[in-house]
Design a protein around this ligand. Structure first.
Ligand SMILES: [Zn+2]
Length: 430
């Protein structure tokens, strides 16, 4: 779509935006740790060209409530709260910066993303767990599913906790074993960023495929043991369900006004570099030191304790549809076997395309998106030495962003499963 047309669309939507508040006095910063459900009524997500004048972009991001949702080298999705939507769009127009409105009203998108079918509970009672993959489930449902699998398939499945979160929730893992003493290991995780709901939904779907649909996945299940954590950030996940749908970080209480650390900036490989912040209030706040957070500490220790023969690593995020390769901490820092990793990544993208039709871009994360130090994939490759280490950004490409409606869970998860198959084949050959 041409930017000129986008500007016209943008203008049209600006004219129906909610009026500014009438000069109400600012009451100072409000604590983010108040436990009230936040409404995003009137908030919007707008898209601008990434090559927009840097000063203009920076002045928009000076407001703490403005949040970069996603972006790459061509465009950037920016969340603007209701109170600033008109002001920011007017500012962009005055500066002749074209933009398009991706989400007209974020609260409306949230209201319809997770419509639960009424017969779901009844159905759930009959099969011994509550997962449906037709809606986004609570942590309790997800953990209940893992326990159900451990009880139902005791010879294949082991469930435990890698440690506790800041608020004391267990970080549950499931080990799906091949029964083969020479098996390689494959790590899969999700839910490190709280608001990326499609990630735990996808990872639990992958678990169901590997355990309950094992016969159809035999070629990747007979000689690989899977180590899977569906929700690395359980506090954050529950917080998004109860209070703030768009919460990203964990629930660390280091700062009263701005709790939370970005757990994917907290891992101990080149910690503190580009694409991170030392300010508590930022979404990319890296914490006080590498592995300052119990979630990253426990999960990384769990990986290290099992790293022998661990050859595959996929961490699922959303959104944007990318298969990202390390290293992400800086530009032009590629692992020596990057070409081989890229070959497998491209194969995975082709598999995704043939299964579900979505286009996933493949490349080094710093180059394709932007540098970000302290990510788990960098650590997996650089410290744990896991050969095939990827970050996969699931659907979509910005139409719904984090508020991807639940009917997309199964198509997205099937695509992800195709990627797991491809990487698993490479693991077998390694
Ligand atoms: Zn993420």
């Amino acid at each position: 779509m041409k930017w000129g047309l986008l500007l016209v669309l943008g203008l049209a939507s600006a004219s129906v935006a909610r009026p500014e508040s009438d000069g109400e006095a600012e009451s100072g910063p409000s604590p983010d740790n108040q436990d009230e459900r936040v409404s995003y009524e009137g908030a919007q997500v707008i898209q601008v060209d990434t090559n927009t004048d840097k000063e203009i972009i920076e002045s928009i991001f000076k407001k703490k409530e403005v949040d970069r949702w996603a972006g790459n080298r061509t465009h950037m999705d920016i969340f603007v709260p209701s109170s600033l939507a008109s002001e920011i769009k007017t500012f962009l127009m005055e500066k002749n910066v074209s933009y398009s409105v991706m989400i007209e009203d974020v609260q409306r998108a949230i209201d319809v993303e997770n419509l639960v079918e009424t017969d779901e509970d009844e159905f759930a009672g009959r099969k011994g767990h509550k997962m449906t993959w037709k809606s986004y489930h609570s942590l309790e449902d997800i953990y209940g599913y893992l326990d159900f699998l451990a009880e139902t398939y005791p010879s294949q499945v082991r469930v435990g906790s890698a440690g506790n979160s800041v608020e004391g929730r267990p970080i549950k893992y499931i080990v799906i074993s091949s029964g083969n003493p020479n098996a390689k290991k494959f790590w899969i995780d999700g839910g490190i960023h709280a608001r990326e709901w499609i990630s735990p939904a996808t990872v639990t779907y992958i678990i169901s495929e590997l355990v309950e649909n094992r016969d159809n996945n035999q070629q990747i299940a007979s000689d690989i043991d899977y180590y899977i954590v569906p929700v690395i950030n359980p506090d954050g996940y529950e917080y998004t369900r109860r209070y703030q749908r768009l919460w990203r970080k964990n629930r660390s209480r280091g700062n009263y006004f701005c709790p939370g650390v970005d757990l994917n900036r907290n891992w101990g490989y080149k910690w503190g570099g580009l694409g991170t912040s030392n300010e508590n209030c930022r979404e990319i706040y890296r914490g006080t030191g590498p592995f300052s957070e119990p979630e990253t500490r426990s999960v990384s220790n769990f990986i290290l304790n099992n790293k022998n023969d661990m050859k595959g690593f996929i961490t699922f995020h959303s959104y944007g549809q990318y298969i990202l390769l390390p290293y992400g901490h800086d530009y032009n820092t590629l692992p020596p076997d990057f070409k081989e990793m890229e070959r497998v990544g491209r194969k995975a993208a082709l598999a995704i395309k043939s299964v579900g039709g979505a286009t996933y871009q493949v490349g080094n994360s710093a180059k394709l998106l932007y540098p970000a130090a302290g990510g788990s994939d960098d650590w997996a490759k650089g410290v744990a030495g896991i050969k095939y280490a990827y970050t996969i950004e699931l659907r979509d490409q910005g139409t719904y962003g984090f508020t991807l409606p639940a009917q997309y869970i199964i198509p997205t998860a099937k695509e992800a499963m195709a990627a797991v198959h491809t990487v698993a084949r490479a693991v077998q050959e390694s």
